[in-house]
Design a protein around this ligand. Structure first.
Ligand SMILES: NC(=O)c1ccc[n+]([C@@H]2O[C@H](COP(=O)([O-])OP(=O)(O)OC[C@H]3O[C@@H](n4cnc5c(N)ncnc54)[C@H](O)[C@@H]3O)[C@@H](O)[C@H]2O)c1
Ligand SMILES: O=C(O)C(=O)C[C@]1(C(=O)O)C=C[C@@H](O)C=C1
Length: 301
């Protein structure tokens, strides 16, 4: 079940990557796009991120069968409002937001009566903007589709087929469950990275120069994640507050237990945990989910 006209609102990393992936993998699908920033629209046109970069949101969606909102999660309601008067009857509205419950609600509020099928491609990088996108981003990656209760099966199938056409693997999930799962696998890890890099730069006994000079291995990996877009991540934490706080509470307890083990010289506790976590890493690699992708557009060294 395919769509032939797709409008992309927001032409940064994810919107741009969708446009490039469509051009490469679904060449019969026509794409239009719009971004609130004139500079981004200009870059998007130069890079050919979509077939036609439009001057207004209304123009971009005028003939669309599928509209995908690719803006920060805090701007989803505003982006949905911008297309409200121009959305063709029967068009499906989707998005790519990293949190799903509040985003789905915000879009549905702005577009009463529209067919809204939210989705989240679990693929990205620390880069953002119209120069960051690349066509292979979604290949072999999961895209989680989170339809509201009672959603049209045909619309869910169209959104799922679209993502499979871009090389992604699709899973259907309840939006609230998505938010807890992603709090664990994506949101808290980003918070930890932001924290440790911030802490390292605030330490009085270790200079900033030393942190930069001796950052190898583990810390360097954290700095890549902590370089992620501030607007995007501020919005993720504000829109997935409940799930993040719940998982953070649990994480804090576990961290305190490790602190106690170190203070008490309790090597068994440390060893047992490290042994258990190593098997998780091995399972991820066995499932082909590690980041050993070819160096698609990444330059994090
Ligand atoms: N970056 C990632 O790794 C990643 C991965 C999966 C999903 N996401 C989600 O994708 C969405 C976009 O993230 P991104 O990394 O592409 O960000 P980005 O900053 O690269 O692009 C966002 C674009 O949206 C535009 N924009 C902002 N408000 C707008 C509005 N009201 N109307 C129209 N355009 C507007 C900005 O000008 C910008 O060009 C976010 O919701 C994010 O949570 C990001
Ligand atoms: O690879 C990265 O740099 C990412 O942070 C990508 C990542 C993730 O946490 O896995 C970030 C946010 C998304 O919503 C999905 C994917």
């Amino acid at each position: 079940m395919t769509v032939s006209r797709v409008a992309i609102i927001g032409l940064g990393l994810i919107g741009g990557s969708i446009g490039l992936a469509v051009r490469e993998m679904l060449p019969d699908v026509r794409t239009t796009g719009w971004d609130a920033s004139a500079d981004v629209r200009k870059r998007a046109a130069t890079r050919g991120l979509v077939g036609t970069v439009c001057e207004t949101a209304a123009e971009a969606v005028a003939e669309a069968e599928l509209v995908i909102l690719c803006v920060p999660v805090g701007a989803m309601g505003e982006a949905a409002q911008a297309i409200a008067g121009a959305l063709p009857a029967g068009a499906i509205v989707s998005d790519v937001g990293s949190s799903k419950r509040s985003v789905g609600e915000a879009i549905a509020r702005a577009l009463p009566g529209a067919t809204v099928i939210p989705a989240h491609p679990v693929a990205g990088t620390e880069k953002s903007g119209p120069d960051a996108g690349f066509a292979e981003l979604f290949r072999h990656r999961w895209c989680i589709v989170t339809p509201p209760a009672g959603a049209s099966e045909e619309a869910v199938a169209k959104v799922s087929d679209f993502w499979e056409g871009l090389g992604a693997k699709v899973e259907i999930m309840d939006p609230a469950h998505h938010d807890v799962v992603l709090a664990v696998t994506s949101h808290i890890p980003h918070l930890i990275a932001y924290t440790i890099v911030g802490t390292a730069s605030d330490l009085e006994d270790v200079t900033r120069g030393e942190v930069i000079k001796y950052s190898a291995g583990g810390f360097r990996d954290f700095t890549r994640i902590a370089a992620s877009d501030p607007t995007m991540w501020r919005d993720v934490f504000l829109t997935n507050r409940d799930a993040v706080l719940e998982v953070l509470g649990r994480f804090t307890e576990d961290l305190t237990a490790l602190q106690r083990a170190i203070r008490n010289g309790d090597g068994d506790t440390l060893f047992d945990l490290f042994e258990r976590t190593r098997t998780i890493r091995r399972s991820i690699i066995e499932e082909g989910q590690d980041d050993a992708r070819p160096d698609f557009g990444r330059s994090d060294h």
